[in-house]
Write a new protein. Structure first.
Length: 419
């Protein structure tokens, strides 16, 4: 996607008002007089400008890509990321209409994406930090990942359709490059984008970078991310990409969409729940985050298997894998074996996401709630050691119980901690 420089203009709040007023189908969603609409900027991500517009009939969220990273204008970026987010929504919405937002309009000149407003929802990361996160939201995200990946994979489509989608999303090279660099490369080498304020972490970082098992595992994960296009991924599925109420959950911000291993989306979301767990004042084996991790995985696994076993049989034999019939008595076992490969991939990507969120370019806010430097350092050390050992020993983990055991073996306690 490209657009003449003269056609593109960044918008402000008043620009959004004028923009929506010229589009009848969007203006009707707000209703009333444009002069009376409430428009406010709510940008809090790294890349784009985001506005919420509200009128008597309802609300809209409008996202505009900038020609640079929003938080770093020196980092130039192409404008097409909202095109890929719009394409992602259009591809997966029918499978998850109650778990994401509909693409209401996409402007290929101004690179503005319009979706429904979620002003009544809370960012899941914020809810976790406040201790108000709805436990069921994790199960909802599990359903989202299962349905969006299954229905965009070879398990549900002819290879012709899948390859057409791969070709489309393969053009999302800039954001895929960011993923490869920031998640799977930079943290393991000296790089100016890496940073951490706690000197207590430096020795662990050095150990991660020199451990040959860790380096080999990360190499495997990087290669798999680039060479195993199983399904269409959200590509940046963290707790900041989920909006929730006590009864409703929506996954947003699919601009990193690309084809890749299903375990990538699973692992990234799992990692951010583990980061939230590590950042708790008191870590208990009954923590909300542990229950959410369990609900997320159980929901994903059961939904994916259900879809695989119940989707009507397609006459195209190219999409039949491990079918239930008299000549394939082990088909159910083979399907579960495939799910186990997703689990193993997820553990690897979970570890790389934890590492990059602590020492890489884009940190998470979860640890800031602790305030005290020593507590923050201890908690980040816990998370880093867990991630390192997950890369080393994760292949032997057969269940979440094994993973939790690795986590609790690596806790760095401070005095107030009570396990």
């Amino acid at each position: 996607m490209s657009t003449p420089q003269s056609a593109y203009r960044t918008v402000d709040a008043e620009g959004v008002r004028a923009y929506v007023a010229k589009l009848p189908h969007l203006a009707a969603r707000l209703g009333g007089n444009p002069a009376d609409w409430t428009i406010r900027e709510v940008s809090d991500g790294n890349l784009n400008m985001v506005f919420l517009a509200h009128g008597p009939n309802g609300g809209l969220c409008l996202k505009q890509a900038l020609p640079h990273v929003r938080v770093d204008p020196s980092w130039k970026m192409p404008l097409d990321r909202t095109f890929f987010e719009a394409s992602y929504l259009r591809e997966v919405f029918d499978y998850v209409p109650d778990l994401t937002t509909e693409c209401l309009h996409f402007d290929p000149e101004q690179f503005i994406l319009s979706v429904e407003s979620l002003a009544g929802h809370t960012v899941l990361r914020t809810a976790l930090m406040n201790g108000t996160a709805p436990e069921q939201s994790a199960a909802h995200v599990g359903l989202f990942v299962a349905r969006s990946t299954f229905h965009t994979s070879l398990f549900a489509n002819s290879f012709e359709k899948v390859i057409d989608q791969r070709i489309l999303f393969a053009r999302n090279q800039t954001l895929t490059r960011i993923t490869v660099d920031l998640v799977l490369t930079d943290p393991y080498i000296p790089h100016p984008r890496n940073h951490w304020a706690e000197t207590e972490l430096t020795a662990i970082v050095a150990d991660i970078r020199t451990n040959q098992i860790v380096k080999t595992r990360v190499d495997e994960l990087r290669l798999k991310f680039l060479s195993n296009p199983q399904a269409l991924l959200h590509g940046d599925l963290h707790t900041g990409s989920v909006m929730a109420t006590q009864s409703d959950t929506r996954v947003i911000d699919g601009e990193f969409a690309t084809y890749g291993p299903i375990g990538f989306d699973v692992g990234l979301f799992m990692a951010n729940l583990f980061l939230s767990l590590a950042a708790q004042e008191t870590i208990k084996k009954t923590s909300l985050q542990i229950r959410m991790i369990e609900k997320f995985w159980i929901s994903f696994e059961s939904e994916f298997l259900k879809l695989w076993m119940t989707t009507p049989k397609n006459p195209d034999p190219s999409i039949h894998y491990y079918e239930e019939d008299s000549s394939s008595k082990n088909s159910s076992a083979n399907k579960k074996k495939f799910i186990q490969t997703i689990f193993q991939d997820a553990l690897g990507y979970c570890a790389t996401e934890i590492i990059r969120r602590i020492i890489g370019y884009a940190h998470v806010a979860d640890f800031s709630a602790l305030k005290d430097h020593n507590k923050i350092a201890d908690r980040k050390k816990t998370a880093l050691l867990f991630a390192k050992n997950l890369l080393i020993h994760g292949n032997s983990a057969k269940s979440l119980g094994d993973v939790f055991e690795i986590f609790f073996q690596n806790i760095i306690p401070f005095k107030e901690n009570n396990l």
